[in-house]
Design a protein around this ligand. Structure first.
Ligand code: MF3
Ligand code: CO
Ligand code: CO
Length: 249
């Protein structure tokens, strides 16, 4: 069931989303080569809780941390670890969800660490562009799969892969609500978006194959099949009568 948020609920969403945005800015100012991914997670936990919010990834379906920190070929759901050291030249996606006053915000950024190759920089840039392409013309009444169509068209025009195994989603009281928001699709199809819907649009784009696998050892880590890098960019978006509002930017 798709929840349409009331004006009051939207105000609470704004609050949660502001925590998410500020946490990512806080992390972005500090993340650097030599840190472990666990140290990044500590920053996330510290900042979110200092805002009087809850890191809702912690304990979500048994997830053991407050953030997903995914390095290079890890697409999403990288579990922060004391053993994983961030290196110069890495791309590191940090995906966080925070709950405040019973509502969630969710966003991800892919950070460039030090001297990053042109190839990886471009992947990160195009992944962000995919998100903004998806917003073009988006408003009350737009068919849902226009989002995926826009993401896929832009990514594939650069020869990149679009991850199909994971999708964006509605968000609100729950981190994941209906509808699923795929990064691929046929224009003009899917349910129509309505003003008051809050959804996460989150392109996951790869330099090589779009195929991914999930590590059975930890039950979470999603990697590209060919070991090539992937980027992730996500925001929580409110649909309005005349367009959209990005709540986590
Ligand atoms: N924030 C993620 C998303 O974009 C969910 C992370 S899964 C968790 O949907 F287990 F880490 F919570
Ligand atoms: Co997320
Ligand atoms: Co999400």
């Amino acid at each position: 069931m798709i929840h349409i948020k009331s004006a009051e609920e939207i105000e609470k969403m704004r609050d949660a989303c502001k925590v998410v945005r500020d946490t990512l800015l806080f992390v972005g100012d500090r993340i650097k080569a030599g840190m472990t991914t666990k140290e990044v997670d500590d920053l996330v936990y510290r900042y979110i809780t200092s805002c009087g919010a809850i890191p809702s990834e912690l304990g979500y379906e048994g997830y053991p941390a407050s953030s997903c920190v995914s390095v290079n070929d890890v697409v999403v759901h990288g579990i922060p670890s004391d053993d994983k050291i961030i290196m110069d030249g890495d791309i590191v996606s940090v995906d966080i969800t925070a709950e405040k006053n019973g509502y969630n915000g969710d966003a991800a950024r892919t950070f460039l660490i030090g001297n990053v190759s042109e190839e990886k920089r471009k992947l990160v840039k195009v992944t962000e562009e995919c998100f903004f392409k998806a917003l073009e013309g988006l408003q009350d009444g737009t068919p849902l799969y226009d989002i995926g169509y826009a993401v896929q068209t832009h990514a594939e025009s650069h020869g990149y892969g679009v991850v199909k195994a994971l999708t964006g989603h509605g968000i609100g009281r729950d981190m994941h609500e209906d509808p699923a928001v795929p990064n691929f699709g046929r224009k003009g199809t899917g349910v129509r978006l309505k003003a008051g819907m809050t959804i996460c649009i989150e392109p996951m784009i790869t330099l090589g194959t779009w195929k991914v696998w999930q590590d059975a050892k930890d039950g979470w880590t999603v990697r590209t099949n060919d070991g090539k890098p992937a980027a992730h960019y996500e925001n929580t978006v409110l649909i309005t009568k005349t367009g959209t509002e990005i709540l986590t930017l």
